[in-house]
Design a binder for this molecule. Sequence first.
Ligand SMILES: [Zn+2]
Length: 255
Amino acid sequence: MGIIDTHSHVTCERLVGRIDEIVANAKAHNIEKILIVCCSESEARLAIQAAEKYDIFDCAFGYHPENVDEINEHDFEVLEEILADPHMVALGEIGLDYYWVSDNKEKQKELFIRQIQLANQLQLPILVHMRDATQDTIEILKQNPCIGIMHCYSGSAETSKILLKMGFYLSFAGPLTFKNAKDAPEVCRQAPIDRIFVETDAPYLTPHPFRGKENEPAYVHLTFEKVCEIKEIDSQILMDQMKENYRRLFTKSNL
Ligand SMILES: [Zn+2]
């Protein structure tokens, strides 16, 4: 009985040495499930090991648009092999990011589409990263129907309605708790409870009042409480609903 962190880079370099402590802290804050999101083969193999040791973990693996220039055919074989592991419940994070680099849009789109196709073939949901690329992302999702989560959703309320209509779930992260949060509180207020999640995106985006410190799954309770406050909903009801959402979407999970 607890809260779920649907997006956490627990096996990234900054956190991997602290896994035992991260699990203990999470349990102390009533966190029941943590989805480890992996961006490389080494992160994914470490995540499977962690999931074998701790029931609290599920895993996801996919190639982030930021790494598009390094991905080759061999990486796709590795991706498919690793996703066959029973602890792997989703493909991601994948998507488009035109914030840092925008001179490789076509390559990013190609990588995104190919991974959506693989997810559909393996019957896995996807975790979508979308930054400064709303139009192209929606276009691709429309042309390649699939299901999954818009991770750390920070777009407009208008765009959120389009995504919800397409069957996507929205996940809110630390920025929802920031004093200068822009559209997120309104998006959260409007979104139906059977289509939302919370996440940390640890080690990034630490929620208020720990903003600036290294983030970890235990802190997801702060974002969860913010959602309860915005939606004026009882925390137990929302907790149960998010668990049901998780089971529905991640059918391979042991939650
Ligand atoms: Zn992430």
